[in-house]
Design a protein around this ligand. Structure first.
Ligand code: N01
Length: 495
């Protein structure tokens, strides 16, 4: 480590991305520090504690490949079980002592002479610390900043207000009249649980959602025993579901015939639970399946068919002290309103004030179009790396596959930088337009663009800057063998 930097590597965020990067940095013998704005490890699975929160990617694939977990209790783990797994990894690999909590990065400025980043880090008490880092990895998550829609008069509402992604675990909906806004993945998971507790649940739906049956068996003891005693069996199972999810994910994105067949399955699933033709009509999506993330639930439709659950499709026009008002003039009296209204996808980066080479500011650069090279590096920002950055989200398989591929690439680039005895590595600006053009071409034939829906997958220009439009295995292969001519290695390490 140079005497002029405080740490070789600063990792921002301690979700799966940050923890995975910290484990790799420790194994590589780097001097690293993790900055976490909250007071506990975890990102998504620390914050999303709404009732019913779970992952709709199979548990054995939603784990680090180097730390297979034979003890997953079911096919699709709950949020609590996933958070426990992450905390287990943190303890096993001895990461916690290198995590600084209550540390929000406010500003980052690249120092070209030094080949390092100056970070301003604030605590909740307002103390500002200055840290110099030889490289920075952003593991801040794309689905992190909750969106609260602008409802006229909501400031006068006197009942409880919650967002699914900022759930107060001490809150109870028991015995209350509850309204939930939104019918995306989070809502589909929460609605059956909220209906159990509430005296009445009103679901405010703007767009119906495609829901497939969920095959979510609990794993029997003998199978958990077998996975525990024979680690190769866990690895084999993981490889099998990885291959299956790869095919499924591509098919759900680009195969109209398969999507049509799956739509029939979803409609049959709904019809078998909902007998009322009027309710069926309200629940039937008009956009092509796959345009938004496809959800899975065995309890969503039966819940909507309950007498104490109302599906409201008239749009919300306002709020007052006691509830919400819809366009048809109905006043819905509610003790609690739950926002299951999603995330500001660009928000995690907008909050960061990042200045790179020659005064380039990330917020301004990305206002003109969120360009990156494989979502990991961005021109004009040397020694800065993104985990789950632009165009590396996934619709229907495990983002941990992307995170691990990205961590390997970052490790390789930092090793190569150090081997060459220079201070900086950055992607060459000239090669990024062709890469982005290829992403645009590959996105053109996806259902995300042609499916006739609005979703967080596309930006306000209708361009895909969120998801990886090709095979995950191709992505892993490409990042495992980077072409160093795509990068500039500069700066003398001699001071
Ligand atoms: O959010 P969303 P989410 N009035 O943006 C509605 C991941 N995830 O939290 O469709 C009324 O999908 C909006 O309506 P519309 C996953 O990647 C994963 O559910 O825009 N309604 C929509 O119904 C997912 O894609 C898991 O018309 C309003 C909903 O709110 C991502 O997180 C589990 C409204 C928002 O849906 C986001 O999912 C959960 C308004 N003013 C989430 N504004 C896993 O299992 C918005 N809506 C891995």
């Amino acid at each position: 480590m140079s005497a002029r930097v405080d740490h070789d590597l600063v990792i921002i965020g301690s979700g799966f991305s940050g923890v995975g990067m910290a484990i790799a940095a420790k194994a590589a013998g780097r001097d690293y520090l993790v900055l976490e704005k909250a007071d506990e490890i975890g990102g998504t699975w620390r914050d999303n504690r709404y009732p019913g929160c779970a992952c709709d990617v199979p548990s054995h694939l939603y784990s680090f490949s180097f730390e297979p977990n034979p003890y997953w209790s079911r096919a699709y783990a709950t949020a609590d079980e996933i958070q426990d797994y992450l905390l287990f990894c943190v303890e096993k690999y001895g990461i916690r002592e290198q995590v600084r909590f209550d540390s929000t990065v406010q500003q980052m400025t690249y120092d070209d002479g030094l080949g390092a980043w100056h970070l301003s880090v604030a605590s909740s008490a307002g103390e500002i610390q200055h840290i110099v880092a030889g490289a920075v990895v952003l593991g801040v998550g794309a689905l992190h900043d909750p969106v609260l829609p602008d409802i006229p008069g909501i400031e006068h509402y006197a009942g409880e207000v919650m967002h699914t992604a900022a759930w107060d675990v001490n809150a109870t909906m028991f015995g209350k009249k509850v309204g939930i806004i939104g019918t995306g993945c989070s809502a589909v998971q929460a609605i059956p649980h909220l209906a159990e507790d509430a005296t009445h649940l009103t679901v405010f739906q703007r767009t119906p959602v495609w829901v497939l049956p969920k095959l979510d068996p609990e794993f029997p003891e003998w199978l958990i025993d077998a996975y525990e005693k024979r680690p190769w069996l866990t690895k084999l199972h993981r490889a099998r579901i990885k291959a299956y999810n790869e095919v499924r994910s591509l098919a759900f994105t680009k195969q109209p015939a398969l999507l049509k067949a799956m739509s029939k399955v979803a409609l049959h699933h709904m019809h078998s639970a909902v007998k009322d033709p009027e309710l069926r009509e309200k629940l039937t999506p008009s956009y092509t399946m796959g345009c938004k993330r496809i959800t899975m639930s065995n309890t969503y439709f039966p819940t909507l068919a309950r007498d104490d659950v109302t599906l409201e499709t008239s749009s919300i026009t306002g709020a007052d002290a006691t509830g919400l008002i819809t366009a048809d003039g109905t006043h819905h009296t509610l003790d609690a309103v739950v926002f299951a209204t999603g995330f500001d996808v660009a928000g995690s980066y907008r909050h960061l004030d990042v200045t790179g080479l020659q005064g380039h500011r990330l917020a301004d650069d990305w206002d003109a179009g969120i360009d990156s090279f494989y979502g990991v590096t961005v021109p004009h920002y040397p020694n800065l790396f993104f985990l789950l950055g632009p165009n590396t989200g996934l619709g229907h398989t495990s983002v941990l596959l992307m995170i691990e591929a990205q961590i390997r690439l970052i490790d390789t680039l930092l090793d190569e930088r150090d081997k060459r005895g220079v201070t900086a590595v950055a992607v060459r600006p000239q090669i990024v337009p062709a890469h982005m053009a290829q992403i645009a071409r590959r996105s053109d034939d996806t259902v995300w663009k042609s499916g006739g829906c609005n979703s967080w997958y596309l930006d306000e220009r209708g361009e895909n800057r969120s998801l990886w439009p090709e095979s995950v295995i191709a992505y892993e292969r490409k990042l495992a063998r980077p072409d160093f001519v795509d990068y500039e290695f500069t700066g003398s390490a001699e001071f």
